[in-house]
Design a protein around this ligand. Structure first.
Ligand code: SF4
Length: 343
């Protein structure tokens, strides 16, 4: 009989599992806390659980953990982790240090099938979805390894989170649970390339997380040049879904906009974008894109970045330019993993 990963269960699922073993439901809370608050990696660590019950659990379940393959530390303190999730499949996570605390960028899929042309994660397509526990374990392993408190999490590593909807939602409920790590939803950002129907599905859950949408273009024609997903989801439908998300949750939506030299970084592009977003509850995050060796896209010039930002601000759109961290350690998603796979 194949065993189930205990870390993959929500507290309600764990209660059922414990009851099936003939035990009282309060044991589930204790076990959940060992797994998600105290970061236990073996049944022996379940100090307040009787030995007989630990053995019973061990017959049906196991506790997953992640192996660190490599860790790169940048001059600015950013740490990039490469993990092996079995069968030679590698995923990446990045720990970033800010004045307010540490943020963690984690992956939700091994590879990605969305095909964005500026992204190294998608070059070999999707390998597979990550389970909820594999997403959680990135957080727990890095927390333990670094000794840092995690202030916030961004689902912005490799993978399209909404293409792995069920496991990602499970991850969100578990990481947010007060009996577990208890990370506030407002400290979590989910980044999507704009799968409209999934954004609508997410809205119905009324979670307080920040929805970040990778827009990267002011119109569909330009978007299609860099994001094949634009052929299926027109910008108009994405902005409409984002507005519905804001209405359902009261949350401001972030639009991510990677500035690529000569593709989407002109003043006209900025004016068109501001017209499209006018009157919506939003924030634009401009990203000076990392160069990807495998394609022709290169970082926009500094003066274009500044002009783009000032046009948006003048038009009343709240705008920031993302600080570039970890540029000396291949910190853009998929770059380290790619380097390994080529070896
Ligand atoms: S940017 Fe995100 S959605 Fe697009 S290919 Fe990369 S990982 Fe996938």
């Amino acid at each position: 009989m194949s065993k189930t990963d205990l870390r993959d269960l929500t507290l309600d699922e764990l209660k059922l599992a414990v009851e099936e073993l003939g035990e009282k439901p309060f044991r589930a809370k204790q076990i959940f806390s060992w797994l998600h608050q105290k970061g236990a990696e073996s049944f022996e660590e379940f100090k307040n659980i009787p030995q007989a019950l630990r053995e019973k659990i061990g017959e049906k379940y196991y506790i997953s953990k992640l192996d660190i393959v490599e860790k790169l530390v940048s001059k600015d303190g950013t740490v990039k982790y490469l993990f092996d999730i079995g069968d030679g499949i590698l995923i990446e996570s990045v720990l970033m240090k800010y004045s307010y605390g540490c943020a963690l960028c984690i992956s939700t899929q091994a590879g990605c099938r969305m095909g964005c042309k500026f992204c190294a994660s998608t070059l070999d397509g999707l390998e597979r979805n990550l389970s909820a526990s594999e997403i959680l374990n990135q957080v727990y392993t890095i927390k333990k390894d670094s000794g840092e408190n995690i202030h916030s999490i961004v689902l912005m590593g490799s993978g399209e989170p909404l293409d792995n909807f069920e496991n990602v939602v499970k991850f969100l409920y578990i990481i947010n649970h007060p009996e577990g790590m208890g990370l506030g939803m407002r400290h979590i950002t989910l980044s999507t390339c704009g799968l409209t129907e999934k954004i609508e599905e997410l809205s119905k859950l009324k979670l307080q997380l920040t929805l970040a949408i990778s827009l990267h273009a002011p119109n569909d024609d330009i978007r299609k040049k860099t994001m094949p997903v634009a052929n299926k989801y027109p910008l108009e439908s994405i902005v409409k879904a984002a507005v519905n998300y804001s209405k359902a949750t009261g949350r401001r939506v972030t639009y991510e906009y990677a500035l690529i030299k000569g593709v989407n970084d002109s003043k006209e592009n900025a004016l068109e974008l501001s017209a499209r977003l006018k009157g919506t509850l939003c924030h634009v995050n401009l990203i000076p894109v990392n160069d990807v060796k495998e394609n022709d896209f290169i970082r926009a010039e500094e003066r274009n970045i500044q002009e783009f930002a000032s046009v948006l601000t003048q038009k009343g759109i709240e705008t920031t330019v993302r600080r570039k961290l970890g540029s000396d350690i291949n910190a853009a998603c998929g770059q380290l993993r790619k380097k390994y796979k080529r070896c």
